[in-house]
Design a protein around this ligand. Structure first.
Ligand SMILES: Nc1ncnc2c1ncn2[C@@H]1O[C@H](COP(=O)(O)OP(=O)(O)OP(=O)(O)O)[C@@H](O)[C@H]1O
Length: 268
C-alpha cells in the first residue's frame, strides 16, 4: 500500500511543472497605441529548478512575473500553473510596518486559515531558515534593508508552502523580481549565498528576474534571455555548477548576447 502511494507521489513530482508558458503574449492598450510587452513566450520552470530571467530594462520581465503571479492576465497564449499559488519577492520588501517580523511571516498563513499554534511554529522555523532567530518581535523599521528582504523571503516561503495533499510542506514556486538590486554590494553578495542555501534546503522552484548577468550565472541553473520589446525568449544557457574560467566564459558570452539584444532594439 505504502509503495503504491510513494510511486504515485514520485510520478506526480516528476510531471508537475510549477509553471509553463505556451506562446504567451501581453499587450497594454489597444490599436496603434498598444504596447506589446511580450510576444510568443514559451518557457517552463521545472519542479525545484532555479531559473534566472535576464533582459534589458523594459523588455517585459516584470510583466512576465506579474502574469505568473496572477496579478495580470495574458492577451494571448496560455499559462499552465500547478495548484499551489506562487508568491513574489519584490525589490522592496513591502512589509506591513505595524506587524513584527514574525507577524509579517505569519500573515499569509493567517489568511489561509492556519491555526495559531501552527502559524507560530512555522514562523519560528522560517525565521531560523533566514537566520533571523531572536528578531521575530522586531518591527520592519528596526531592521536593516537586508534583514527586511530576509523577512520578505520568509513570508513568501510561508505563502508558497503547500499545506494540503501529497505536496504538504513543500513550497512550489517562488517569483523574485530583482530582490537584491536595492541593497549594497556586500549585503547582496551575502543574500545571494543565503538564497542558494535556502533553495537547496527547501526544494522550491525559483523564477528570478535580474538584469545582472553575473548574478544570473551565480544563482541560476538555467539563464533565459529575453529580447527587448516585445519580450521573447532569444536564448537559454545551462549554467549549473559552472565555476572559475567556465563561469567567467559564460558571463562574457551572455553579456555579449545581451549587448546584441540591446543594440538591435536601439537600432529598430
Ligand atoms: N500597466 C502598463 N501599461 C502600459 N504599459 C506598460 C504597463 N506595464 C508595463 N508596461 C510596458 O511594458 C513594457 C515592459 O515593462 P516591464 O516593467 O515588464 O519591463 P521590465 O523588463 O521589468 O523593466 P525593468 O527592468 O526596467 O524593470 C515596458 O515598455 C513598459 O512601459
Amino acid at each position: 500500500m505504502t509503495a503504491t502511494v510513494e510511486a504515485a507521489r514520485t510520478v506526480s513530482e516528476n510531471v508537475v511543472r510549477p509553471v509553463r508558458f505556451h506562446q504567451v503574449g501581453k499587450a497594454f492598450g489597444t490599436g496603434r497605441k498598444a504596447v506589446v510587452a511580450l510576444d510568443g513566450v514559451d518557457l517552463e520552470v521545472r519542479a525545484g529548478e532555479f531559473v534566472c530571467l535576464l533582459g534589458a530594462s523594459g523588455c517585459g520581465k516584470s510583466t512576465l512575473l506579474n502574469l505568473v503571479a496572477g496579478l495580470d492576465a495574458p492577451t494571448s497564449g496560455r499559462i499552465e500553473l500547478s495548484s499551489s499559488r506562487p508568491a513574489v519577492v519584490f525589490q522592496e520588501a513591502a512589509l506591513m510596518p505595524w506587524l513584527t517580523a514574525a507577524g509579517n511571516i505569519e500573515l499569509p498563513l493567517r489568511m489561509a486559515g492556519v491555526p495559531k499554534a501552527e502559524r507560530r511554529a512555522k514562523a519560528a522555523e522560517l525565521l531560523d531558515l533566514v537566520r533571523l532567530s531572536g528578531l521575530g518581535d522586531k518591527r520592519p523599521h528596526e531592521l536593516s534593508g537586508g534583514m527586511r528582504q530576509r523577512v520578505a523571503l520568509a513570508r513568501a516561503l510561508a505563502s508558497t508552502t503547500d499545506n494540503t495533499g501529497s505536496g504538504a510542506g513543500k513550497p512550489s514556486l517562488l517569483l523574485m523580481d530583482e530582490p537584491f538590486s536595492a541593497l549594497d554590494a556586500i549585503t547582496r553578495d551575502v543574500l545571494q549565498g543565503e538564497l542558494l542555501r535556502i533553495w537547496e534546503a527547501t526544494g522550491t522552484a525559483i523564477l528570478f528576474v535580474t538584469h545582472d548577468v553575473r548574478e544570473a550565472v551565480r544563482l541560476g541553473q538555467r539563464v533565459v534571455l529575453l529580447s527587448s520589446r516585445p519580450g521573447r525568449v532569444v536564448r537559454e544557457w545551462d549554467v549549473q555548477g559552472l565555476a572559475g574560467a567556465d563561469e567567467a566564459g559564460a558571463i562574457d558570452e551572455i553579456n555579449a548576447e545581451l549587448r546584441k539584444v540591446i543594440s538591435s532594439h536601439a537600432a529598430a
